[in-house]
Design a protein around this ligand. Structure first.
Ligand SMILES: Nc1nc2c(c(=O)[nH]1)N[C@H]1C(S)=C(S)[C@@H](COP(=O)(O)OP(=O)(O)OC[C@H]3O[C@@H](n4cnc5c(=O)[nH]c(N)nc54)[C@H](O)[C@@H]3O)O[C@H]1N2
Ligand SMILES: Nc1nc2c(c(=O)[nH]1)N[C@H]1C(S)=C(S)[C@@H](COP(=O)(O)OP(=O)(O)OC[C@H]3O[C@@H](n4cnc5c(=O)[nH]c(N)nc54)[C@H](O)[C@@H]3O)O[C@H]1N2
Ligand code: SF4
Ligand SMILES: [Mo]
Length: 757
């Protein structure tokens, strides 16, 4: 029997065919008929069935005994135990002593993505302080820039890969990631196609990645200095009169001249030492962009999780405007998502025009919030610092911060001191091993699936619905039900007694009410009661039906007969392809107060002096960067045997000159230290690194007692976040710096006493 599903592992959203015989999923192959991905898949998707059959994947909840050992229990017992540990915290200290950490797979899981808002929204309403996400080790600069320039946190144009003739890509390595905040199946094929049709692909990266190797040109840049490079390109465009002011952007951009004015102090010559990019190269890069008919820039995590992540990300959009590329075919286009998501609304606490920052501060570090977030590394100090407002209860949802958050040593220790920790997670891993109760969700083959967020960043407008491949027992709680139960508990009901159906209605009605009250939603001005009555079903299916029906192709809840509903989408297991990426969406997609692209904002301008002071700071001897691999998925897929074959991937990449300087041998052990900590890892000498920069993958550091990950623990690797200093942040966005961290090396070839201090 063959089942058609959408792979929920990354943003490429590939359509797969899963073969099942005798109750066993035997293979996962690309679905050539999938309207979106047309057969593409990667090794991770091809191992989906192994995730499902992984003997270490939790099928029943676990409860931690006093001895520290986790034992399997029934769902009833797990809920009773959750109540036993959580209630005293809430009774004694209130909801303000509890917080939530939301991990990356939430964005790839229908039940979690639609109901995580119930937990954090309802708990927030009764006093839960800020919650934590890896957003601040990821795309928070993009969220900030999107909010300021275009009006919505999740509203930004993506490169029109299939029509551009010149793509400049900074801090992204789609050969591993498969594209991020840019959904495009077979993205490497699309980059190759740019070159095949005579176009150019330029990759700006301290590492000659496999993506850079397949580009027209690799521009090595010193980590953290992209903003200087981009300002110097803008400087050159302005100096040469190459700024474009096309009619389609007329009256739709505010502040371009002001930003061009700011570029005056960043000439290519002025910044070349800091960036490591020669002034002649900068001038030529600018000339190439100016000469292209349809140029576009795109940046991703390497340009976010660095010292000037916000300014770098901002300048990518500034240049896209200055080149006339925004909203023009082949340039930077605004995708049209077929499914509306509540995520696309401005958060209700951001009332009034524009966005406000610094509305509250973290308790311990006193850092101002940015779009509701503190740096994720604040979590540890909020737990282990005594005093009023100390966090004593933590709920993690599909997250592994013990590996993924900077300052992970302190967090690991802090978690063991919590009065109550509940993990909604499918494995007993480095983080969930601290939990008093682990509540597992379903496997990717046991649940329905439909993406929401990523269609806001995709090269075509599609909608796909996945039915579960394997049925589950009806009494097995789904993750969205678990979230509602935990939300009910924070609101005051005993965990076993929460009426999940009533909570579901309450939450769904709340979303509808908010969307009807807010401006710029498809429900603005409608009657919430009528909208709710028009929907059938429960849970994520009802929520998705709503999103489809009020989306651009929907039946508008009956007002547009013949329009899409979830039932209609279900009839198309290969998906529906509704539209291609198009220009001409301005000004409708803008929700800024002026309904124009607001290119300059005081928050951005205030960070310029910090950037200026970077120019003459001088270079660190050696800095550390991060990388990803195609066969890893952050920290959680190392338990799939098929993905772990081949040589050790958790190595320190180092340029031959640096290796020589530090007496480091290829394959030899080396100690890497930062102000935060030190680790020992195997070196891999390679000229794919630029000199002065070394690189570790993130997501490793398994092999810890108390975890249940047989395969991963046999290939532990080391945790790079033991080296990431919590205090290093990109100021305007609160984003942690994990690229460009000053470090020192010590070869383990030396006798230990030789350099001991
Ligand atoms: N140094 C450094 N640090 C980084 C990064 C970096 O580049 N360098 N990258 C950052 C980025 S971009 C991200 S997104 C974060 C990722 O950080 P996190 O989101 O915290 O961690 P993941 O490794 O994705 O862990 C996912 C967790 O979800 C669980 N899980 C998997 N599938 C399911 C499911 O279906 N249901 C449930 N309930 N649980 C599930 C896994 O067991 C695991 O515990 O790491 C960040 N940290
Ligand atoms: N196979 C696989 N796919 C994934 C993931 C995974 O772990 N594995 N994780 C998913 C997640 S959560 C995310 S957020 C995305 C991330 O997707 P991408 O943003 O494509 O992430 P990376 O592959 O880490 O590529 C980042 C690049 O930035 C470079 N870089 C580092 N510092 C700098 C700098 O200062 N300037 C510039 N210009 N470049 C720099 C690094 O060398 C690296 O090549 O990938 C997603 N897809
Ligand atoms: S690229 Fe791989 S992991 Fe990503 S959706 Fe496709 S098959 Fe899944
Ligand atoms: Mo991420």
């Amino acid at each position: 029997m063959e089942h058609r599903v959408t792979c929920p592992l990354c943003e490429a959203m590939c359509g797969l065919k899963i073969t099942v015989s005798d109750g066993v999923a035997t293979s996962a192959r690309g679905n050539a008929d999938d309207v979106w991905s047309r057969g593409h898949l990667c090794p991770k998707g091809a191992s989906l069935q192994q995730i499902h059959h992984d003997p270490d994947r939790l099928r029943l909840p676990l409860v931690r005994w006093r001895s520290g050992e986790h034992v399997q229990v029934s769902w009833d017992d797990a809920f009773t135990e959750t109540e036993r540990v959580l209630r005293p915290v809430i009774d004694r200290y209130g909801a303000r002593a509890v917080t939530v950490y939301i991990g990356n797979p939430v964005a790839h899981n229908l039940g979690l993505q639609t109901y995580i808002g119930a937990l954090v929204g309802m708990a927030g309403a009764v006093g839960m302080p800020a919650y934590y996400t890896p957003g601040t080790v990821d795309q928070w600069p993009l969220n900030v820039v999107s909010a300021l320039l275009f009006g919505g946190m999740w509203n930004a144009p993506i490169p029109d890969l299939d029509r551009t003739d010149h793509l400049m890509m900074l801090g992204a390595n789609p050969s591993a990631s498969q594209g991020s905040m840019l959904s495009a199946p077979d993205i490497m094929g699309r980059l190759a196609a740019i070159r095949a049709r005579g176009g150019t692909v330029v990759v700006v990266d301290p590492r000659r990645t496999p993506t850079a190797r397949r580009a027209s040109e690799w521009v090595p840049v010193h980590p953290g200095t992209d903003a200087l490079l981009l300002f110097a390109i803008l400087h050159t465009l302005a100096e040469r009169g190459w700024i474009r002011r096309p009619p389609h952007l007329q009256d739709l951009v505010a502040g371009l001249d002001d930003v061009v004015g700011l570029a005056a102090r960043f000439s290519p010559e002025r910044v070349e030492v800091a960036t490591g990019v020669p002034a002649v190269t900068v001038r030529r890069l600018a000339a190439d962009l100016a000469a292209a008919e349809r140029p576009v820039l795109y940046s991703r995590i390497g340009a976010c999780t660095q010292e000037f992540g916000t300014l770098a990300t901002w300048l990518v959009f500034v240049l896209n405007v200055a080149l006339g590329s925004v909203d023009a075919p082949g340039g930077a286009l605004f995708p049209k998502a077929a499914v509306w998501s509540p995520m696309f609304m401005k958060p209700p606490d951001q009332d009034g025009p524009g966005w406000r920052f610094g509305r509250f501060h973290s308790r311990v570090r006193r850092v101002p919030e940015v779009l509701g977030q503190f740096p994720v590394s604040c979590l540890a100090e909020e737990i282990d610092t005594p005093g009023d407002g100390q966090i004593r209860g933590l709920i993690t949802v599909a997250g592994n911060p013990v590996i993924s958050a900077p300052g992970s040593r302190r967090l690991d220790a802090a978690l063991s001191g919590l009065d109550a920790m509940i993990s909604v997670d499918n494995w007993l891993n480095e983080t969930s091993r601290h939990a008093h109760v682990v509540l597992p969700g379903l496997s990717p083959l046991e649940r329905a699936h439909c993406d929401d967020l990523y269609w806001m960043y995709s090269v075509a407008s599609c909608v796909k619905w996945t039915e579960p491949v394997f049925p589950t027992r009806p009494d097995r709680p789904q993750e969205w039900e678990i979230l509602l139960r935990l939300a009910g508990a924070v609101l005051g009901t005993a965990v076993p007694d929460v009426d999940v159906r009533a909570m579901d209605d309450l939450y769904t009605q709340g979303i509808i009410h908010t969307a009807c009250q807010a401006d710029d939603t498809p429900l603005s001005g409608r009657d919430p009661g009528e909208v709710f009555e028009a929907l059938d079903g429960v849970g994520p299916e009802r929520m998705t039906d709503l999103g489809i029906r009020v989306g651009p192709w929907g039946d508008d809840l009956g007002r547009r007969p013949g329009g899409l509903t979830l039932d209609e989408v279900r009839r198309h297991p290969d998906g529906l392809r509704l539209a291609e990426l198009e220009g001409g969406r301005l000004p409708d997609v803008l929700t800024t107060p002026s309904r124009r692209i607001e290119l300059l904002h005081p928050l951005l301008e205030a960070d310029i002096p910090r950037l200026v002071s970077r120019i003459d700071r001088g270079r660190d001897d050696l800095v550390l960067t991060s990388r990803r691999h195609l066969r890893s998925n952050n920290s959680w897929m190392h338990n799939v045997a098929a993905l772990m074959r081949g040589k050790d991937r958790c190595t320190l990449l180092i340029h031959p000159d640096d290796a020589l300087r530090h007496d480091v041998a290829d394959g030899g052990q080396v100690e890497v230290s930062t102000i935060e900590g030190s680790i020992v890892v195997v070196a891999e000498v390679s000229d794919e690194m630029m000199p002065g920069v070394v690189c570790l993958p993130h997501g490793w550091g398994h092999g810890i007692d108390g975890t249940r990950l047989a395969v991963a623990n046999a290939h532990p690797g080391v945790n790079s976040n033991l080296l990431s200093p919590p205090a290093l942040v990109d100021v305007p966005s609160n984003t942690q710096v994990v690229n460009g961290v000053p470090c020192r090396l010590r070869s383990r070839r030396e006798p230990p006493h030789a350099s001991a201090r």
